[in-house]
Design a protein around this ligand. Sequence first.
Ligand SMILES: CC(C)(COP(=O)(O)OP(=O)(O)OC[C@H]1O[C@@H](n2cnc3c(N)ncnc32)[C@H](O)[C@@H]1OP(=O)(O)O)[C@@H](O)C(=O)NCCC(=O)NCCS
Length: 432
Amino acid sequence: MTDALTVPVDPVSAGRLAAKNLVYRLVDNGSDADTEAFLRAEARGFLDADPTPEQIAADRALLATRRNVGVFEENAPDGAFPVATVNSWVTPLTVPGGEVGMWAISAVTVSGTHRRRGIARNLLEGELRAAAGAGVAVAGLTVSEATIYERYGFASAIPAAKVSIDAPRAGWNGPATDGRVEYVERETLQKDLSALHEQARTQRSGQIAGWDARWERIAGLSVGHTAPRAVRGVRYVDADGAVRGAMAYTLKEVAGSFRADMEIHHLTSTTTDALAALWRFALQHDLVSKVVVDLRPTDDPITWLVTDQRGVDLTPHDHGWLRLLDVPAALSARTYRAPLDVVFRVEDPLGFAEGSWRLTSGADGTADVTRVDDGAEADVILGVGALSSIYAGGVSAVRLRAAGRLHASTETAAALDDAFRTADAPLLGIWY
Ligand SMILES: CC(C)(COP(=O)(O)OP(=O)(O)OC[C@H]1O[C@@H](n2cnc3c(N)ncnc32)[C@H](O)[C@@H]1OP(=O)(O)O)[C@@H](O)C(=O)NCCC(=O)NCCS
C-alpha cells in the first residue's frame, strides 16, 4: 500500500497559493515547533480548546504516521501557526470481496482570519491530485459539515444509523446466547476494541483500519479526556472463551429521577451472538431509561431483538464519504453480486474519473473495467459523486435515479443494484 508520507505536496495547489503569498508545504514531523503549531491550529480550527503540552506530546505519535500539510503566511517565523491544515494517510477500505487502498483525508481547517479565499479548495484539490498521482484509486473522509465536499466529487457512500431506544418500552425478545458478558478495565477495553475492529472491519464493506489513539479515546484513556473514569467497558466471551464483542459506554443520571441514560460510544462484534448479548446487556440494564448509540449499520438487527419496535428509533444519516479517482482500478477492486455489462458515462469536473467506462462482470463476481470511446452509447450517465455513492454497495442506484442523480432505464438501475449492493449494509464504525 502506498505510503502517503513519501508523497510531495501538489505543485498546482502550491503555485496557486504562492500567488496569494501563501506557502503550501509538508509539516516537518520531526520538528517539535512545526508539529505543535499544526496541532494547535487544528484544535482552533475545530473550535476545540488549546491542547495542553501533555496532549501535544501524546498527539505527536499519531501525527508522525500522517502526511501533514500546512499553509503558512509567506515569511512566517518558525513555529508560526499554519493558516490552514489538512492531513492524509493511505488505509485499506473494505469493499465487497476484498479491499482497496484509500487516501483518507482529515484535519481540514482554515483559520478564521483566512476563510473564503479559496484555501480549502486548494487543500482538497491538492489532496486529490497527490493521491491520484501516487496511484491511489479512492479518497475518503468523514465530515462535520455535509455541504462542503460534493463540489470536489465526494459523496455520501457509507451511511450509518443513530439508534435511540426507550429501553423499558422496547423490552427484549432476542435469542439466548451461551457465552457471557463481563466488565473489563479500560486498558483491556482499549485492546479488545482494537483487536475486534481489525476482524470486524473485514466483515462489512466501508470499514477502514483503526489506530491506537482512536481506541484510547473511546476507552477513556486519551491524555486530557474530559471524563475518563465515567467510561465503562464490557465484552462478550463465547462458550469457547474467545472474545467476540466489546462495548464502551457511559451512564448519565437523568436529573431527579434516580435513573440514567446510557450512551454507547462504540459497539463492535464479530458474531451475531456477541451483538445480541451486548444489546441485551444495554437494554436490560437496571435503572436505565434510554440507550443511545451512533455509527451502527443501517440494518442493525436491534429492531428485531425487542418486543416493541416502536421503542426503537433508528435514523440513518450520511457518515462515510468517498471519491473515486481511478475508475478501472476502483471498480475492479471489488466483486459484484450479479452479472453486469454496462457502459458508464462519468462526468468529473476535476477530470480524474471523466470518460466512458465499460464494466463487465461475470458469474464469479469479478469485473473487467475498460475505457471506451466517448462516442459509445452509454447505459448510465452520472457524475463522479453518484458513482462514488454506489461504489461500496450502501446507496441504491434506483434511489439516485429517482433523485435525478443518475440517468439510466429503470431496468439498468435495478441491475446496478443487483450487482453493486451488498447483503449486509456497508458500515464505517469510526470517525476519522
Ligand atoms: C470549512 C472550511 C475548511 C472552508 O475553508 P475556506 O478556505 O473558507 O473555503 P474556500 O474559500 O476554499 O471555499 C471553498 C468552497 O466551499 C464553500 N464553503 C466553505 N465553507 C463552507 C461551509 N462551511 N459550508 C458550505 N460551503 C462552504 C465555499 O463557498 C466555496 O464554494 P465555491 O468553491 O463553490 O465557491 C473552513 O471554514 C473551516 O476551517 N471551518 C471549520 C472546520 C471545519 O468545519 N472543517 C471541515 C471538517 S469536515
